[in-house]
Design a protein around this ligand. Structure first.
Ligand SMILES: Nc1ncnc2c1ncn2[C@@H]1O[C@H](COP(=O)(O)OP(=O)(O)OP(=O)(O)O)[C@@H](O)[C@H]1O
Ligand SMILES: [Mg+2]
Length: 452
């Protein structure tokens, strides 16, 4: 093969577990991609992107939006944020575009809009405003800062407004924020590219448009699913090419399995591998990556993740003091006992000792376990009507903890804390390995088991 001129990339720009992928960006499957791009280019169409955490909402948006919009601004919705604070944030984001000099730069913004922006800005004391963003109390907006006016500012500067984590806004503030979308929609007669894109958790798309039926066909609700194995594989393929590495076939298939459709895990494992091998940028001569490298990367990931896993699991099984039966815990225990990858509502229900529970209560908690309030520890798949664990790490951790509870009384004081943590990591790895190997056995495509 001809050795073309090697372009040097920084590893941290190639494998990006905590930020949007750019160089390794994988186009999402055709239908989803087209639906999204069409909606982006349809005047007046508002967009809701929703899906499980980490499946690629922000990345898809970041990679596509620049093709349509000159500017996009993101308001990150936080728990307790009010409608007024959202408007204020949206307004403040534009301040770089609307200043005395801006019309002479990239944009031709009508002078009266510039003046009107400056006027409103002057009435908002910045010091107070920064505080307002995080406080839950109601605030009064400057009377000139109406949703219509804000839409004008966005429209005139060909900017798109992104609301991240829309589901975190609650109650009447959410209704009002939905109405804001309606205002943007209506004003698209005047500014055809005016658009709000809301990003939310799975199961929350309806919340955006529930208040007004008229919005139904003017809002594109787009579900971003987990990545398919071949999409995850393409991340590795692109990364290895750009960094001049060779991942063995076994390593690739294991990374795909470990990732469980979550691109962030794939990026993290690849990054760990590179950093362990001190590969910080494209290497001049090809470097091979084998199973030992992967093992090290996995240990590191589990170690780093163990605190998060604990927090996520604790959140999933949290119940009020004095609750007689910890329903979430009972459900999880039984899901594990079914000993399958996926299970149905009735399979779990039948598995549980009926005297303990009533079905309505069971269903309520099962749904909760699939929501962010309980760390989305379970995933519900609408197509197959089945449930499964969010990812192998969380599943293995749940297994460990629920097992541990049972033997806890006998050896509670035996282990010192550090030892215990080291044990947890080791056990976690063992469980995950088992799970992977079991799965690999039924899967011809990735049949890579060595003799053990
Ligand atoms: N299409 C893609 N190609 C390559 N990598 C991707 C792709 N989509 C997402 N990723 C990677 O996956 C990780 C999570 O992606 P992202 O932050 O976009 O997910 P998200 O759905 O917005 O998550 P959250 O709900 O937590 O905001 C990031 O590391 C990102 O680099
Ligand atoms: Mg995101």
């Amino acid at each position: 093969m001809i050795d073309e001129k090697l372009i040097i990339y920084k590893t941290k720009k190639i494998f990006t577990p905590t930020s949007s992928a750019k160089f390794t960006f994988v186009e999402r499957e055709g239908k989803l991609n087209n639906h999204f791009v069409d909606a982006l280019n349809t005047p007046g169409k508002q967009i809701v992107l929703y899906g499980h955490s980490g499946c690629g909402k922000t990345t898809l948006l970041t990679n596509k939006i620049s093709q349509t919009y000159e500017n996009s601004y993101t308001t990150r919705c936080m728990e307790g944020m009010t409608f007024e604070s959202i408007i204020l944030d949206g307004f403040d984001q534009l301040s770089g575009l609307y200043n005395e000099n801006s019309s002479s730069k990239t944009f031709k913004i009508a002078p009266e809009l510039n003046i009107s922006y400056a006027d409103i800005k002057a009435t908002i004391k910045l010091g107070d405003y920064t505080k307002q963003k995080t406080e839950t109390t109601k605030h009064i907006l400057p009377p000139q800062l109406t949703p219509q006016r804000l839409a004008k500012f966005y429209g005139a500067s060909n900017s798109c407004w992104i609301l991240e984590d829309f589901h975190k806004i609650k109650g009447s503030d959410r209704t009002k924020t939905s109405q804001l979308m309606k205002v943007f929609m209506d004003m698209s007669e005047e500014y055809e590219d005016l658009k709000i894109i809301a990003l939310g958790a799975v199961g929350t798309a309806r919340q955006v448009i529930e208040y007004d039926r008229e919005m139904n066909n003017r809002v594109a609700e787009i579900f971003i699913p987990y990545m398919k194995p071949d999409e995850i594989e393409r991340i590795i393929d692109t990364g290895e090419e750009l960094l001049n590495l060779i991942f063995s076939k076994e390593v690739k298939s294991k990374i795909i399995k470990y990732s469980c459709g979550l691109p962030s895990i794939c990026h993290q494992l690849c990054l760990n591998i590179c950093f362990n091998k001190k590969i910080y940028e494209t290497v001049k001569t090809k470097v091979s990556i084998n199973l030992d490298d992967l093992d090290e990367a996995i240990s590191k990931l589990v170690e780093e993740k163990s605190d998060t896993l604990k927090a996520e699991f604790d959140k999933a099984i949290k119940v009020g003091n004095g609750t007689k039966i910890n329903m979430p815990k009972v459900i999880l225990e039984n899901c594990l006992e079914i000993n399958k990858d996926e299970f149905s509502h009735s399979e779990i229900f039948n598995q549980i000792n009926k005297s303990q529970i009533n079905e309505a209560n069971f269903s309520k908690f099962l749904t909760e376990l699939c929501s962010p309030t309980r760390s989305e520890i379970l995933i519900y798949d609408e197509n197959s009507n089945l449930y499964r664990f969010n990812n192998l790490f969380l599943k293995a951790y749940a297994y460990l903890r629920l097992k541990e509870e049972i033997v806890k009384n006998e050896n509670a004081e035996l282990e010192n804390k550090n030892l215990k943590e080291a044990n947890i990591i080791k056990k976690l790895l063992d469980i995950i390995e088992n799970d992977i190997y079991n799965k690999l056995e039924d899967d011809e495509d990735y049949f890579v088991i060595e003799d053990i």
